[in-house]
Design a protein around this ligand. Structure first.
Ligand code: ASP
Ligand code: MG
Length: 417
């Protein structure tokens, strides 16, 4: 017997037929003697529709009322799934975020979970009742519903799994796991049987869209073993595969990963923009003069490169920001021109960040060199580089994105046979 959280995303609950299919997955686990809490998203497209209505009602809408509206999609699916479960003889009850209770901070629209007090829910699942929890929502200190940011029901699921001490959090989605890279770009991408929390965190924050980044952080911090699988599998197929699990990807601690590849995956993000400030006085305090105003404007800077300019006395500073913040970031730098003291500002939005990720990098030399040589052989120019212990990221022209991903994928031996 195990205690499980099963999370179903929007495409998995898109209509009543799919909800019936979800119910069959839940029934299988209940019949196997497991204690089950389910977390559901809104039906596909519902949240977008609700967000659209808020914008249409007023461009400058109150964040608390936005949350009252957009949290409604999950309320519907939690009730519907409970009804369908009951109709097939499974004891089930829906729970809204405030009923659990999932407590959040006050940042309406992008709230963080601060705690979960779920004594009653735990009691009920121990008695064999399935708890169907509305994802994406909790209750803020002002006693109003708060939502967790788009894609937030992944985070609800992992947080609940940590709170009830679940043996595993199963994320049922529209893909059958985490791949070495986007299979739409590289058809020979392989599904990973296992990936470490750290690698998954890098993949998610570098553009892989399988899980909300925050959910991976939580899984890592609390050691929640998280299994990504497809909800379109036959619910009654035998559960075989790796470690008695069906096809999918287990996100787990490094100690559970046996075969260690140097590189695990290649991620890419199109959501990047580059700004270069030319001929900045090379003296103490200039970096602060550039980056403090950006931070104050709440703009997230990612890659930073500083190098001595041609004249030997000044320096060039290049950095990247999310594409959506490009115009704002330029304005901030232009406003601070006096304080920074630079000759020119340039920018590019047609850029892409490609990242090579793998915990094996820690113990292998030459991984970055291979990346740079591989790109050079294809004539791909690198605009900026950043590295961490388990990641190398390069910023390149968007036109070369797919070529770069394909090149790196085969260079590190990730192509399927
Ligand atoms: N329904 C919410 C959204 O579309 C939350 C989720 O699906 O994870 O963002
Ligand atoms: Mg999602």
């Amino acid at each position: 017997m195990a205690r499980l959280v099963m999370k179903f995303g929007g495409t998995s609950v898109a209509d009543l037929d799919r909800i019936r299919n979800v119910a069959a997955h839940v029934k299988r686990e209940v019949d196997a003697g497991n204690e089950v809490a389910v977390v559901v998203s809104a039906m596909a497209g519902e949240t977008n529709k609700l967000v659209g209505w808020c914008r249409e009602a007023s461009l400058l809408h109150d964040a608390r009322e936005y949350d009252a509206v957009v949290s409604a999609g999950e309320q519907v699916t939690s009730g519907l799934l409970a009804i369908v479960l009951q109709s097939i003889g499974v004891n089930a009850r829906s729970w809204q975020g405030w009923q659990v209770a999932i407590l959040t901070d006050a940042a309406h629209g992008a709230a963080r979970i601060t705690g979960i007090s779920c004594e009653l829910l735990k009691e009920r699942i121990a008695q064999g009742q399935v708890a169907v929890v509305a994802g994406f929502q909790g209750i803020a200190p002002d006693n109003r519903i708060a939502t967790l940011g788009r894609g937030g029901s992944d985070t609800s699921a992992v947080a609940l799994a940590a709170a009830i001490g679940a043996d595993r959090c199963d994320i049922y989605t529209d893909v059958d796991g985490v791949y070495t890279t986007d299979p739409r770009v590289v058809p020979r991408a392989r599904r990973l049987a296992r990936v470490s929390y750290e690698e998954m965190l890098e993949m998610a924050s570098q553009g892989a869209k399988v899980l909300q980044v925050r959910s991976v952080e939580l899984a890592m911090v609390h050691g929640v073993r998280t299994f990504v699988r497809s909800s379109f599998d036959d619910p009654n197929a035998p559960q075989v595969g790796e470690g008695n699990l069906p096809p999918g990807t287990l996100i787990c601690g490094e100690e559970e990963i046996l075969e260690n590849q140097v590189v695990t995956g290649i991620a890419y993000s199109k959501d990047e923009a580059q700004i270069s400030i030319r001929r900045v006085a090379d003296k103490p305090g200039v970096a602060a003069a550039v980056f403090v105003p950006l931070a104050e404007a709440n703009i997230n800077v990612d890659m930073i490169v500083q190098n001595v300019a041609g004249d030997g006395r000044t320096t060039d500073i290049t950095f990247t920001v999310p594409a959506a913040d490009y115009d704002r970031a330029r304005k901030v730098i232009e406003t601070a021109r006096e304080a920074i003291g630079y000759a020119e500002i340039e920018g590019a939005i047609n850029v892409v960040k490609v990242s090579v990720i793998g915990i094996g990098m820690r113990s292998h030399a030459g991984v970055a060199a291979a990346c740079f040589r591989g790109l050079a052989e294809r004539g791909i120019n690198i605009r900026a580089i950043t590295t961490s212990e388990i990641k190398i990221s390069v910023l390149i022209d968007a036109a070369y994105a797919e070529l770069a991903v394909r090149t790196l994928h085969s260079l590190y031996g990730l192509d399927a046979a």
